[in-house]
Ligand binder design. Structure first.
Ligand code: SF4
Length: 230
């Protein structure tokens, strides 16, 4: 007999309140930085395990060398590409991943053909690429293809669990689907929400949180139960 997995139910009201408080605190984020969908995809791959400022330097290198195209990257020598990507860290691995991604991208027919797939098909296709995990695939879906997908990252888990909205260790897709269900399929909202979460997680709700400076501190379970005051 198959066991039925119960769906995760999240409070729409609390998720919306959190969004409004973050938005009030930080304002519009204008994500994702990038002039084209392809540049956004490159950024999503390079941002793994590094700060965005380092990614910007690597993308600038690609632009200066006129290498920011799938064909140029696929045809580049591994060493040359790794040298250009050096500021983004793990540059040998990232050069391999980027080449891999670009040859897959060209095989698929590029943006126009990929954009014909529905979101689930496109996610499954992205997840077949070596080096593209759930978060990267969803970054690409949301910011390059403008699909209504809620990206889950470590900041989302940390902030939402501290607020008492989630446990924090739910499987990726279960959490993503629950948030998408609660907030409905809203690309503009999801774009802004994820950007605000990253901003907040990076600067305030860090491993050692700065609760005194936090725009969410009135609603935070962690702050109430841990007696955090700063
Ligand atoms: S009050 Fe503290 S723990 Fe809670 S969300 Fe803000 S920074 Fe994070």
């Amino acid at each position: 007999m198959s066991m039925k997995v119960s769906p995760l139910r999240l409070s729409k009201r609390k998720l919306k309140n959190t969004y409004h408080n973050l938005y009030k605190g930080y304002g519009r984020q204008d994500w994702w930085p990038g002039d084209t969908p392809f540049e956004i995809m490159v950024g999503a791959i390079l941002t793994q395990n590094t700060a965005w400022t380092n990614v910007e330097k690597a993308i600038t290198n690609l632009k200066v060398e006129k290498m920011l195209s799938a064909r140029k990257i696929t045809g580049a020598r591994q060493n040359t590409l790794a040298r250009l990507l050096k500021p983004s860290g793990y540059f040998n691995i990232k050069a391999k991943r980027l080449k891999n991604f670009c040859s897959w991208y060209l095989d698929q027919g590029g943006f126009k053909e990929l954009a014909k797939k529905n979101t689930d098909e496109l996610r499954s296709a992205l997840l077949t690429v070596n080096g593209v995990g759930h978060e990267t695939a969803d970054d690409i879906l949301l910011y390059a293809f403008e699909r209504p997908v809620f990206v889950i990252d470590a900041y989302t888990r940390r902030i939402f669990s501290r607020l008492g909205l989630i446990a924090g260790d739910e499987p990726y897709d279960k959490l993503r689907e629950a948030i998408e269900l609660a907030l409905k399929q809203d690309t503009v909202l999801f774009n802004e929400y994820h950007a605000l979460i990253v901003n907040h997680g990076k600067d305030i709700c860090r491993v050692k949180p700065k609760c005194m400076d936090c725009v969410l501190n009135q609603d935070c379970l962690f702050r109430r139960t841990s007696g955090q005051i700063g």
